[in-house]
Design a binder for this molecule. Structure first.
Ligand code: HOZ
Length: 430
C-alpha cells in the first residue's frame, strides 16, 4: 500500500489549512504519519486518492448507519437538488422531518434544526439559561459537546487527544460558568450543586460518552441525575449527537428509559449531511425565537438537501426496525472476535461497546470514568492504528474516540479486520 498522492496533497494542504485539515483529529497528529485523503465511499468501504481500499470504522464519525452513500439517500438527494439548493424560507420537508423525529423520540415536543452538533448544544444551553434565568452549567470531564467556548473546558475528543482539554481563547469569564463533574460519580454532581445552590441552569451529558472512547453512563447514575434535576429545577440535556438513532431508534434515552428535558442531535438526522437539532419539552422550547425571546437563527437551518437526506434516513429507520438487531449481531460478532484475539496474545485490554459503538482501550482496568480512560497506553494505540491502516482497516485516528459499525459491514469485513488485528498484535505485542 502506498500513500504517495495523499502525501503530496498533505504538503499542499498544510500551506493553506491550519495543520492541513479542517478538523483536528483527522490530521493523524496523535498517531503519527500524515492523513489520508479520501476520494469516495461506498457501503462499508472508503477509497483514497492512491486507489487504496479500506474497511471504514469511522462512518463520518457516526451518522453513516447504513454505510457510505446508500441508494435511498443518494436518490433522495438527487431528486431534491433538481428543485434548488437553499431558499432561506420554510419548506414542507422540515415539518416532515420534525414530525418523524418526534415520532421516534417521544421526549421531543418541539424541535429546531441547525447545521451541526456544536450549534445544537450551544443553542440548547442558551435556551436552558433563558428558561431558568441562571448562568452556570455542569458538564462532565471527558465529554465533548462541540467547540463552543463554554464547552472547551476539560473536554474530550480532539481537545483531549491533543492535550488541550481547556482551550486558549476561552476567557476566564466564560470558563467560570462551566462547572465540571466526574462522569459516573453522582457525589461530584451533588457537591457542585450544593456549592452553587440555585445557580445551575443545565446539566449536559453524553449518556453514552463517545468522545473519551465509548464509556456508557451507569443507569442508576442517570436516574439520579434525572431526580436531582427535577428537585433543583435544572434542565437536563442529553447530548445524543453520536447516540441518537444509532444505539436504538429512540437513542440512548430509549435504552435507559429516561427522558431528558432537552436533547441535541447531529448529522445523523441529515442522513450524514451538515445538520444538527435541539428539542424537547414544549414549555422550554417555546421560548425559542420567534415564539419566544431566546434568539437563534440561520439561513441554512432546515436546508432542503439536508432535510431530504434526513427524511430518507429517518424514514428508513422507522420502516426497518430490524436494523438494530442486525447492528447488534454484527457488532457482537466483531467484539467476540476481538476478545478472542486479545486472549490469544494473553492481553486483558478493555473493550467497551454499546450497540454499534465500540472502543478498544489499551488498559487492563475497567473504563467507567475519564480517569480510567486516560490510563490507556496511547503509544500502543498509535502502533495499533498504523498497522491496521496498512492492512486496509481505517479506525478513528485517536484512542479517545468511538468506532462505528454500519448495516453495510459484512462478516467478510469483520474477518478481514480480525485477521489484520492478529497480524498487528503479533507485531506490537511480541
Ligand atoms: N470531533 C470529531 C470526533 N469526535 C472528529 C470530527 C472530524 O474530524 O471530522
Amino acid at each position: 500500500m502506498n500513500f504517495v498522492k495523499s502525501e503530496l496533497l498533505y504538503q499542499r494542504a498544510i500551506k493553506i489549512l491550519p495543520g492541513g485539515v479542517n478538523s483536528p483529529v483527522r490530521a493523524f497528529k496523535s498517531v503519527g504519519g500524515t492523513p489520508i485523503f479520501i476520494q469516495k465511499g461506498h457501503g462499508s468501504k472508503i477509497y483514497d486518492v492512491d486507489g487504496n481500499e479500506f474497511v471504514d470504522y469511522i462512518g463520518s464519525w457516526g451518522p453513516h448507519l447504513f454505510g457510505h452513500n446508500p441508494s435511498f439517500i443518494k436518490d433522495a438527494l438527487l431528486e431534491a437538488v433538481q428543485n434548488g439548493t437553499s431558499f432561506g424560507t420554510p419548506t414542507e420537508l422540515e415539518i416532515k422531518v420534525a414530525e418523524l423525529v418526534k415520532e421516534l423520540v417521544p421526549s421531543i415536543e418541539l424541535i429546531r434544526f441547525v447545521n451541526s452538533g456544536t450549534e445544537a448544544t450551544m443553542s440548547a444551553i442558551r435556551v436552558a439559561r433563558g428558561f431558568t434565568k441562571r448562568n452556570k452549567i455542569i458538564k462532565f470531564e471527558g465529554c465533548y459537546h462541540g467547540h463552543a467556548d463554554f464547552f472547551l473546558i476539560k473536554a474530550g475528543s480532539g481537545a483531549l487527544t491533543f492535550g488541550i482539554p481547556t482551550s486558549p481563547g476561552v476567557t476566564e469569564g466564560i470558563a467560570k460558568d462551566t462547572l465540571v463533574a466526574d462522569f459516573n460519580k453522582i457525589d461530584s454532581v451533588k457537591n457542585l450543586i450544593q456549592k452553587n445552590k440555585n445557580d445551575i441552569a443545565a446539566i449536559i451529558i453524553e449518556p453514552i460518552a463517545g468522545n473519551m472512547g465509548v464509556v456508557p453512563a451507569e443507569k442508576t447514575f442517570l436516574q439520579e441525575l434525572r431526580q436531582i434535576c427535577d428537585e433543583e429545577k435544572i434542565v437536563l440535556i442529553f447530548d445524543e449527537v453520536m447516540t441518537g438513532f444509532r444505539v436504538a431508534k429512540g437513542g440512548a434515552q430509549e435504552i435507559y428509559n429516561i427522558q431528558p428535558d432537552l436533547t441535541t442531535f447531529g448529522k445523523i438526522i441529515g442522513g450524514g449531511l451538515p445538520v444538527g437539532a435541539y428539542g424537547g419539552k414544549k414549555e422550554i422550547m417555546s421560548l425559542v425565537s420567534p415564539s419566544g425571546p431566546i434568539y437563534q437563527a440561520g439561513t441554512l437551518s432546515g436546508n432542503p438537501l439536508a432535510m431530504a437526506a434526513g427524511y430518507a434516513a429517518l424514514n428508513y429507520i422507522k420502516t426497518h426496525p430490524e436494523i438494530y438487531d442486525d447492528l447488534e449481531n454484527k457488532s457482537q460478532y466483531l467484539e467476540s472476535g476481538m476478545i478472542n484475539n486479545l486472549r490469544m496474545f494473553n492481553k486483558k485490554f478493555r473493550i467497551n461497546r454499546v450497540g454499534s459503538m465500540i472502543t478498544l482501550f489499551f488498559t487492563e482496568d475497567e473504563v467507567k470514568t475519564y480517569n480510567d480512560a486516560i490510563k490507556s497506553n496511547t503509544n500502543l494505540f498509535s502502533k495499533y492504528f498504523q498497522n491496521m491502516l496498512k492492512r486496509g482497516i481505517y479506525l478513528p485516528p485517536a484512542q479517545f474516540e468511538a468506532f462505528f459499525i454500519s448495516t453495510a459491514h459484512s462478516f467478510e469485513d469483520f474477518e478481514k479486520t480480525l485477521n489484520a488485528q492478529r497480524e498487528t498484535f503479533k507485531i506490537i505485542f511480541e
